[in-house]
Write a protein that binds this ligand. Structure first.
Ligand code: WTA
Length: 660
């Protein structure tokens, strides 16, 4: 047989340039033949009676007691789904597969940073979840008590989440890349009773102390009475008698007998802190029955999963909502095998993802546009080192994908045979909302396409009227859906104010600008509030500003998101120093490091601009819109309302054309 020669980078470049002319991509015929949903009648079916339709989807779960009412919307915007129903998330993810004789099936093919491998089965997970749940119970954790989780991408993170779910203790996972200060704040806000963490975390051949860093703030968070430490590297770490336990030792002596608690459908499953318009992150609260229904359905049908054939991999971190819904709850409820990877995409080399796809025969791969752009930059040689023919469906999430990256993904990774699902959703929505159905929808690169069945999305103007085709407006969701957040943790007023005060108490304000084209396709433009999206990670400008201002030399700061080729947006900070201090390269390093310490590396400003003033309204509000205009080289709008119109001239001088 003749060896197949791989196309050169130039050849691919040429083909992509041709493809850029093509505006629509139909589902490939071979994919369609086996697709779970291959015709569009499902949209009508759902639209005819959305509640009844969701109720049918909820029947895919195991319920201890069925519901009396599908939806109670009498107290909008506080919606209740599957009222009176009882179920348990960990039972739905684990027990029911094990009871059906599928306990030996691999839940996660785990790969560690240094190449370690562990296959964790459904039975393994269930055993450890029961034991850890008993440990938590022994330490006095009761239904409703919040448990913090600050762990890297290791199988124990799934065990920890499900152990909490088993006993009705809402988990509060903090992304491993956040700094201890951010963990402290989230533990305080949620009054966590326990924290599950590690001795050390590993990143690209280095290890970082986690337990000692956590110890530094624990005395100031007295609600945390128990700390469970997973020995990840085995480093010697201080342990406090009576408070701290090693995970392995604790579960070893714990009983394996722990029935899943039958919980109310509206029992809180988790709280996840996410950035909003102010410096204080929002505690987004998800409950059990509706969330699981929405996630199970989208996991199965958006990713066209057949549990006996597919191997799924979502490359997100479990510390974000994508990891909650589509690494833990979605795949496990559907009984599929997934890949879980601890490390970075370029360690030990830039082909590690493709190596893992080949090694485990991954069929469905879900990642972020920013990662795809990084891979494009590294070059086709890395994916070309591996056989990617197992892939049959690709997905993206987190930010709009530029058509060029879409096409590269389609061609180089998918070999032109895999549909791409560009999935739009949010921490708040819990589940994917706007996305192609891969066997049905004709894709347009750069568009998340159409709302899924049962979802009513629209682009509205300030008054709540739909905008004409191609005109930009505000994205809105006009009908409740099962996976939606129920409130902000202990802050119902902020929930109502943030999401349901723009139009009415049934129309959810997303915070994204969008437009619809003449075919009704949605094109997401970006955030309209002070949230920045860096590599698909949500950060609030106010949060970064307050971190910068806490540096002793800084008097004031204004932060904006600036368009960035690699990360979508990058953080650009305008900083005013105390007294007559001059900015220097060293001070710049210090300020960046300071932000990394306070929030995490991902929040470090890419650019710092020293300035004597920033544009403010007469009432003293920073006009970030003008800063964005300057940074992105746009014509400045009206500046007459400024307190000091001269400030714009000075700032403009700081941006040369090629820097923009
Ligand atoms: C953006 C991540 C365009 C959007 C699941 C949203 C997207 C915010 C897409 C939520 C997409 C997410 N196309 N933009 N496919 N997916 N976004 O809460 O601005 O971390 O409001 O949830 O990311 O970010 P979050």
């Amino acid at each position: 047989m003749e060896a197949t020669t791989k196309p050169s980078a130039e050849q691919i470049e040429r083909e992509l340039a041709e493809l850029l002319e093509k505006e629509t991509f139909e589902p490939p015929a071979a994919f369609r033949e086996t697709a779970l949903i291959a015709n569009d009648s499902v949209y009508d079916e759902a639209a005819r009676d959305p509640q009844a339709w969701w109720a049918t989807q909820a029947e895919a779960l195991d319920w201890f007691e069925t519901w009396d009412r599908v939806l109670d919307d009498s107290d909008a915007p506080f919606f209740k789904w599957f009222v009176g129903g009882k179920l348990n998330a960990s039972h739905n993810c684990l027990d029911r597969h094990v009871e059906a004789g599928r306990g030996d099936k691999v839940a996660f093919h785990w790969r560690g940073e240094e190449g370690e491998e562990r296959d964790v089965t459904y039975a393994d997970l269930l055993r450890d979840v029961k034991r850890l749940a008993n440990v938590l119970k022994d330490r006095g954790i009761e239904p409703g008590d919040v448990v913090g989780i600050y762990l890297p991408m290791i199988p124990e993170v799934a065990v920890a989440m499900l152990a909490c779910a088993r006993i009705g203790a809402p988990h509060n996972v903090v992304f491993g890349g956040f700094a201890p200060d951010a963990v402290k704040e989230r533990m305080e806000f949620s009054e966590a009773k326990a924290l599950i963490t590690v001795d050390q975390a590993r990143r690209k051949g280095k290890s970082a102390d986690i337990k000692p860093a956590v110890d530094e703030f624990l005395d100031e968070v007295p609600s945390v009475e128990t700390v469970i430490v997973v020995q990840n590297t085995g480093a010697d770490v201080p342990m406090r008698e009576g408070r701290d336990l090693f995970y392995d030792e604790a579960i070893e002596s714990a009983s394996e007998d722990c029935p899943a608690e039958p919980l109310d459908a509206e029992h809180p499953l988790y709280v996840l802190y996410s950035s909003g318009s102010t410096a204080k992150p929002k505690g987004i609260l998800h409950t059990t029955g509706g969330y699981l229904t929405g996630v199970a359905w989208t996991q199965k049908y958006v990713f066209d999963l057949k549990p006996d054939e597919d191997v799924f991999w979502c490359s997100a971190d479990v510390g974000w909502v994508t990891g909650h819904s589509y690494i833990v709850y979605g795949p496990l409820m559907n009984g599929v095998t997934s890949v879980m990877y601890e490390g970075a995409p370029d360690y030990p080399d830039k082909d590690i993802w493709w190596q893992l796809i080949e090694r485990h025969g991954v069929t469905v791969f879900y990642t972020a546009p920013t990662a795809i752009r990084a891979c494009m930059k590294w070059g086709v040689e890395y994916p070309q080192r591996h056989d990617l023919s197992s892939l049959r469906l690709l997905g993206t999430v987190g930010e709009p994908i530029n058509p060029k990256a879409w096409l590269w993904y389609w061609k180089v990774i998918g070999g032109g045979r895999c549909p791409i699902v560009d999935t739009w959703w949010q921490t708040e929505t819990g589940q994917i909302m706007i996305s192609p159905l891969p066997g049905v929808t004709t894709a347009k690169p750069g568009s998340a396409t159409l709302p899924l069945p049962g979802i009513d999305a629209a682009v509205l103007d300030e008054d709540g009227n739909e905008t004409p085709a191609d005109e930009q407006g505000l994205l809105a969701l006009r009908r409740t859906w099962p996976g939606m957040l129920r409130t902000l943790f202990r802050d119902p007023d902020r929930y109502r104010e943030t999401y349901f005060s723009k139009w009415d108490e049934r129309t959810y304000f997303v915070g994204d600008a969008a437009r619809r084209d003449a075919d009704g396709y949605f094109w997401i433009v970006g955030r309209v509030d002070d949230v920045v999206n860096v590599s698909g990670h949500r950060l609030s400008t106010a949060e970064v500003e307050s971190a910068i201002v806490s540096h002793p030399r800084v008097a004031e700061a204004a932060v904006i998101g600036q368009r960035d080729e690699d990360t979508g947006q990058a953080i650009c900070a305008f900083v005013i120093l105390e007294g007559d201090l001059e900015g220097s390269a060293e001070l710049e390093r210090e300020v960046r490091e300071h932000v990394a310490q306070r929030i995490g590396k991902l929040a470090r400003p890419k650019r710092i601009i020293w300035t004597a003033d920033v544009p403010k309204t007469r009432s003293g509000k920073i006009m970030r819109r003008l800063l964005r205009d300057i940074a992105e080289g746009r014509e400045l709008g009206d500046v007459t309302t400024l307190r000091e119109p001269g400030v714009m001239k000075d700032l403009e001088g700081k941006f040369s054309e090629d820097e923009r």
